[in-house]
Design a protein around this ligand. Structure first.
Ligand code: DGY
Length: 331
């Protein structure tokens, strides 16, 4: 960074200590020591005074907020891979650059996706609950106790074959699942060959054919409720849905209805439509063992968060050195 005056960087949540220390060394950093989510008025004050805003996915950086930004705000350096919480077009109109933290969350998110692909059909959470929360219920092993569904030999349908979808496919192949995918564009033939993956141009047809659906596409206006009531009903009654992407991609009300009516067998969800609120109906389904619910933690590893922080630092430094930041998000 060549400029003398350090950029004023406003960070909305607590970050790993090593990242905060680095931010303090390099920038005029305003940290959020108590980690409470910033209110909209606090964000307004921030965009009026800071050169850089570092939001996380829980901050709503919409057009109304961006409109109020002062001329000094030059960069929104998101501490997240997804930028569905930021109106990137409104930022571009104001001449504000937006960056994110891609790549560094891929493997962690794919690991947790794989964990849910295993956990939902094999009733992992329910089994754990029986020993911990529903004590006394286990009378010992029996041939018909806690039977789940076999994973090996089943068909996995990946919705969105980007970095995370591909990393999920690699893992799933090792667990004996055959790989099916739907994506805007077909992936390279060598990737398809290595994964022995079948491409489905029609999402509807793929949903009707597979045993487990994994949602791994980004959340955009085009993917809102991509898994609609109509599409969920195409799935088989023995099938499972796993979502580690964003809640809004699946019509949650329709999913709950399908689960209650036995139109699909179960689900593993790490994301929800109205986070941090989780529908009581989903909680009830979890208590009944029909769904495995996690509190949006697929990417939550110490290493991943430190890597994200390093990406944010590089994006800010590169920007203030007068270059295009490596992770610029275009509208
Ligand atoms: C992201 O950064 O988009 C992830 O969803 C965080 O878990």
């Amino acid at each position: 960074m060549t400029q003398k005056k350090k950029p004023k960087v406003y960070i909305t949540r607590r970050l790993p200590e090593v990242v905060e220390t680095r931010m303090r060394e390099l920038f005029d950093a305003e940290l959020n020591i108590d980690d409470s989510p910033r209110t909209q008025p606090e964000l307004v004050a921030a965009v009026k005074s800071a050169d850089v805003l570092v939001p996380t996915l829980t901050d709503r950086i919409d057009a109304a907020l961006i409109e109020q930004a002062g001329p000094q705000l030059k960069l929104i350096a998101c501490f997240s891979n997804g930028v569905d919480n930021v109106d990137v077009e409104a930022a571009a109109r104001k001449g504000i650059t937006v960056t994110n933290t891609p790549n560094v969350l891929t493997e962690d998110t794919a690991d947790m996706t794989m964990a849910l692909i295993l956990a939902a059909p094999r009733r992992l959470a329910e089994g754990a609950q029986i020993l911990t929360d529903r004590k006394g219920e286990w009378a010992g092993w029996s041939p018909t106790w806690m039977l789940g569904r076999r994973i090996w030999g089943k068909r996995l349908g990946i919705v969105g074959m980007g970095r995370i979808g591909t990393a999920v496919a690699k893992r799933a192949k090792a667990f004996g699942l055959s790989i099916h995918y739907h994506n805007r564009n077909r992936v390279r033939p060598d990737t398809e060959d290595a994964l022995e993956a079948t491409y489905w141009d029609s999402l509807d047809q793929m949903l009707a054919r597979v045993d487990i659906v994994s949602v791994n596409c980004p959340s955009t206006p085009a993917t809102f409720h991509l898994l609609s009531a109509r599409r969920l009903e195409l799935m088989q009654p023995t099938s499972y849905l796993v979502n580690t992407a964003r809640g809004g991609i699946v019509d949650e009300t329709a999913l709950i209805k399908c689960l209650r009516e036995g139109k699909i067998a179960g689900a593993g969800l790490d994301v929800f439509e109205n986070e941090p609120a989780v529908s009581p109906k989903l909680l009830k389904l979890a208590a009944e063992g029909k769904v495995v619910l996690l509190p949006h933690m697929s990417s939550a590893t110490i290493e991943g968060r430190v890597d994200m922080g390093e990406k944010v630092v590089i994006n800010i430094r590169t920007f203030f050195d007068g270059h295009r930041p490596p992770d610029r998000v275009l509208p």
